[in-house]
Design a protein around this ligand. Structure first.
Ligand code: ATP
Ligand code: MG
Length: 224
């Protein structure tokens, strides 16, 4: 479904992604594991069109995603939860959740329907809807960033180190939310980066490792 071929990315004159070749299927949960500075964030940002390709192509189903500017990519039902959460402090939680759908000019009715799905998947967001984006703990911000990604990510979800720094209780809630999402949207492809493989538990169907910008398949669940 999502296919990266011959991806090379340079940042400040350094090669940060090297000859990346990988494919991710619909209906799978994929872990991408690598230590600090390995290139995990750059890989997700590259899929979102937030970094410039030196070479290579990214296909999503029949679309040459890499030919589209970043702002046009979310319209292909890709949700992205960045490492730094990216919650707008001057907006309420609900406004933060609605924002990517508004940007895509979805109808109010469709956005309302989507919000109900998000509240079903992440019920802990319900009591927080009117809270200011500036009044969230780091962990709560991660839950909001997950909800916001789910609002538009009906085909592909990119989660950058969601478990990093999350208290055990919130990690548990986050994992349960992903389980509910899996059941509700079995066709969804979920890509989760982490530096600590243990934080992914038994969630991923496949695990790729990334080291100095090179990616390789570690194993699939059937091989474990
Ligand atoms: N804007 C930038 N300009 C120059 N170099 C960068 C930039 N962003 C990242 N890099 C470099 O690219 C490499 C990969 O960084 P990246 O943030 O993708 O790694 P990461 O695997 O997400 O690390 P972490 O676990 O710390 O989040 C690092 O060597 C980093 O220093
Ligand atoms: Mg990172």
């Amino acid at each position: 479904m999502l296919k990266l071929t011959g991806i090379n990315v340079d940042l400040a004159g350094n090669r940060v992604l090297r000859d990346v070749e990988c494919a991710f299927d619909r209906g799978t949960t994929v872990g991408i594991v690598g230590r600090n500075g390995a290139g995990k964030t750059t890989l997700l940002r590259t899929i979102m069109g937030l970094t410039k390709l030196r070479s290579g192509e990214i296909h999503l189903n029949g679309t040459l995603l890499s030919a589209l500017p970043g702002h046009a990519r979310a319209a292909h039902q890709i949700g992205y939860s960045p490492e730094d959460r990216g919650i707008f402090p001057t907006m309420s939680v609900e406004e933060n959740l609605r924002l990517p759908c508004n940007t895509l000019k979805m109808s109010k009715r469709d956005i309302d329907t989507r919000l109900q799905v998000v509240l079903e998947v992440v019920p802990d967001l319900g009591p927080m809807l009117q809270r200011s984006g500036s009044a969230l703990s780091g962990g709560q911000g991660k839950m909001v960033a997950l909800g916001r990604a789910i609002m538009v990510g009906t085909r592909l979800l990119l989660l950058d180190e969601p478990f990093q720094g999350l208290a055990p209780r919130l990690s548990q809630l986050y994992t349960e939310a992903l389980g509910r999402l899996r059941n509700l949207q079995p066709e969804l492809c979920v890509i989760i980066t982490e530096s600590n493989i243990k934080l992914l538990g038994d969630m991923p169907d496949y695990i790729w490792t990334i080291e100095r910008g090179s990616i390789s398949l570690l194993h699939s669940r059937t091989e474990q």
